[in-house]
Design a binder for this molecule. Structure first.
Ligand SMILES: [Zn+2]
Ligand SMILES: [Zn+2]
Length: 171
């Protein structure tokens, strides 16, 4: 959908016809804007202090709420649909980092936040990223659509964990 997350630059159209081995299992993809941000190769994107090892935090360039951050693993990981049970600790860690970043920015009502992932194919960037929005009660009309709970294009972090817990076979 238009204006999905925009966390950066024009989608460096990742050719799907190029299944590079590193594209899912960690590592670095020089064509991926989030990989470059993680390595501080995107001077236009300021990283926020993030104490979680292996993760980076920064503001979404098209904020959908007064607070809108992205939490991104430094290593290239595919989108949330490709995650498995063993990724639950990672998702939990990303949620922790998201809450920390809100608190650091003086937003403390953790009942009024929305955290989640866009479900493929509604991701503009394939590198795994958690959207952290607050206050959830102040999402504008468009954001309410884009980050809508129980939609087929957005899954909250809690729902994703539940889904991973109940998933026994590979997708
Ligand atoms: Zn997104
Ligand atoms: Zn990447």
């Amino acid at each position: 959908m238009a204006g999905e997350d925009g966390a950066a630059a024009p989608e460096a159209a990742q050719p799907p016809a190029d299944p590079s081995p590193g594209s899912d299992g960690g590592g670095y993809d020089g064509k991926c804007v989030f990989c470059r941000i993680g390595r501080r190769e995107e001077p236009g994107t300021a990283l926020l202090p993030c104490e979680s090892e292996g993760l980076v935090c920064f503001r979404d360039i098209r904020p959908g709420a007064p607070h809108h951050y992205l939490v991104v693993p430094i290593e290239h990981m595919g989108n949330c649909k490709t995650l498995k049970k063993e990724h639950i600790p990672l998702v939990e860690k990303m949620m922790e980092a998201g809450k920390n970043i809100l608190q650091q920015n003086n937003f403390t009502d953790l009942n009024d936040i929305r955290m989640g992932f866009h479900w493929p194919p509604f991701c503009s960037i394939s590198h795994l990223h958690l959207h952290v929005l607050a206050p959830a009660s102040q999402l504008g009309f468009l954001s309410r659509m884009i980050y809508r709970i129980n939609s087929y294009w957005f899954i909250t972090a809690e729902q994703l964990i539940e889904r991973l817990q109940t998933e026994n076979a590979a997708s």
